[in-house]
Design a binder for this molecule. Structure first.
Ligand code: OOB
Length: 537
């Protein structure tokens, strides 16, 4: 059984990817069982205190799968998982994989607005949370969400569960009867950054994701001796799979979980655990570059620092290698599939100035102009892609899929790029209504729709404004019905509506009118220029 509402590869392509050995027919359940035997007592993961070996991990996953099964969670059921970088994350998602239940990966930063939508849209049967994390009480959020989502039968809490189901109580000693799961089936739903309204859900199969891990591991030279420090939230595609924590589990290496990215936590962990590789977004790389100047930690075990998720400026990129004594790898990827890497043995020029090239020889890319015609080598155009680990459509979104994919199955990334004669990509800009706030993606329309619900908002346009630290921040231009003395009220309003903090506009500009395009649409380009000019004064 494949999850309904998930467009899949045409049979001829599926056959081709299988014949070529891209898709090996291995599920995540198979992988863990294999690695539990192969790597037995080697440490799979640690949070700096507790260590879990591969065989212990496998045992815990089976126990939890029994507990989930007892609750009635079955193959095909969707489960929204909102856990931070903790060992429990892995127990939960692998237990769900074993059952063929489908995790929907929410980020710890998500609040009522996002979680309610994920639970409702995916018709989730369960929602799994920490009790509190980062000062936020997730059980209160869960109780709000449960009131209005009928499908939600279980709230499962890691920590103090009170009236809800305790995750701890679900590790049951009994034989687990594994349902049959095919590698061609959907393993989980990732979130898109979104450009039109709410995030879309991205269906990834065991086959396609496993392939992306295998190739990522080859390119990033991940072996059983690799030690990966996870500082970014592991539910995100970059730290999860490029090669990320799952790449490490694939290779029999060790995951080190950090609760955040602060050098005070990360640097001592690198030294203690002899970390070899980690992944950062550009603003965190900046913080680390500043911190390393004044610290005495021994970071000599580090071989690679990956930076991706947003454009990494060449001026900053060139400081990584001299400051940390390790390689920089630029990563330009997307939860929809395609991931580009600079290679570890590329010349500095390439590593510093480009965002890499596709990881797989089976990735097809096209750079096109507004009429979907190919541009000349080196010219800027939109990147379209198709391949063995790039989705063919979002979950239950047929109308959106018709716009986001070409008729022959290429995904329209919305990224404006140029490609040099050696196939290396430089990200030049964006043709999607999104703000990339230091790697965190904000769909302008989602925030606009919330603001339009405010009784004093007549019209609104949310755009990116340049920022030295984050690359971009968000600015909401608002036309009011009647003058307001409280510019802060709009941010407060959004907070009260339960929007994740990173989506709250960094700046609000009250205006009388919007500039318009010749077609009468709001001219966001002019608004971006306007705020850019204002910031320069
Ligand atoms: C990663 O995934 P998403 O889904 O959060 O965001 C994808 C979008 C890309 O389409 C592009 O607009 C932007 O994020 N992006 C970059 C970039 N990496 C991602 N823009 C410029 N330079 C880069 N290096 O962000 C993601 C997924 C897997 C691996 C790495 C990043």
């Amino acid at each position: 059984m494949v999850l309904d509402g998930c467009p899949t590869w045409p049979e001829e392509y599926a056959a081709y990817y299988r014949e070529e050995g891209c898709w090996e027919g291995k599920t995540f359940g198979d992988l863990l069982a294999e690695n539990a035997k192969k790597y037995e007592n080697r440490i799979a993961m640690t949070d700096g205190e507790v260590e879990v070996s591969y065989s212990e991990f496998n045992k815990k996953v089976n126990q939890l799968a029994v507990g989930f099964q007892k609750l009635g969670i079955q193959k095909g059921d969707r489960v929204v998982v909102q856990l931070p970088n903790q060992i429990a994350f892995f127990d939960v998602v692998f237990a769900l994989f074993r059952l063929g239940a489908i995790p929907v990966y929410a980020l710890p930063a998500h609040r009522y607005s996002e979680i309610h939508y994920f639970c409702e849209f995916a018709e989730a049967k369960a929602y799994i949370i920490p009790d509190t994390y980062g000062g936020f009480n997730y059980t209160l959020l869960a109780s709000e969400v449960q009131k209005s989502v009928n499908s939600l039968e279980h709230i499962i809490v890691h920590g103090e569960a009170n009236k809800y189901t305790s995750l701890f109580d679900l590790y049951l000693q009994a034989d687990f009867k594994e349902p049959e799961i095919k590698a061609s089936e959907i393993a989980f739903l990732q979130l898109s950054g979104g450009s039109t309204g709410l995030s879309k859900l991205i269906p990834r199969t065991h086959d396609d994701y496993m392939y992306s891990l295998r190739v990522s591991n080859q390119i990033c030279r991940i072996t059983k001796n690799s030690v990966y420090l996870a500082v970014l939230p592991i539910a995100h595609n970059f730290p999860m799979s490029s090669p990320g924590v799952l790449g490490i589990l694939y290779a029999g290496g060790k995951i080190v979980l950090a609760s955040g990215s602060s050098p005070d936590e990360a640097f001592p962990l690198i030294q203690k655990e002899q970390v070899t590789i980690t992944a950062l977004v550009p603003p965190i790389a900046l913080i680390w570059l500043e911190a390393i100047k004044n610290r005495r930690d021994d970071l000599s075990s580090l071989q690679v620092i990956q930076v991706g998720g947003a454009k990494f400026s060449a001026e900053v990129a060139q400081r990584i290698q001299p400051s940390f004594g390790c390689k920089l790898q630029q990563v330009f990827g997307m939860a929809e599939g395609l991931v580009n890497y600079t290679r570890l043995d590329d010349p500095d020029e390439i590593i510093i100035h480009t965002q890499g090239k596709p990881m797989s020889p089976y990735d097809e890319i096209k750079i096109v102009n507004e009429d979907d015609n190919l541009v000349a080598t080196g010219e800027v155009g939109e990147l379209l892609t198709r391949g063995p680990y790039t989705i063919c459509g979002y979950y239950n979104a047929p109308a959106h899929n018709r716009k986001a994919f070409t008729s022959d199955g290429f995904y329209r990334t919305g990224d404006l790029v140029s490609v040099n004669e050696h196939g290396y990509i430089t990200v030049e800009g964006r043709d999607k209504d999104q703000i990339n706030r230091g790697g965190e993606k904000i769909a302008a329309e989602e925030v606009e729709n919330h603001l339009l619900a405010h009784s004093n908002v007549f019209d609104v346009a949310v755009v990116a404004m340049p920022d030295k630290f984050l690359g971009e921040r968000s600015c909401a231009f608002i036309i009011l019905h009647s003058a307001s003395d409280h510019p802060g009220e709009f941010k407060q309003f959004l907070r009260e509506r339960g929007l994740a903090a990173y989506k709250i506009p960094d700046r609000v500009e009250i205006v009388e009118t919007f500039p318009k395009t010749p077609f009468g649409k709001v001219n966001k380009k002019t608004l971006r220029q306007k705020i850019d000019q204002k910031l320069k004064i």
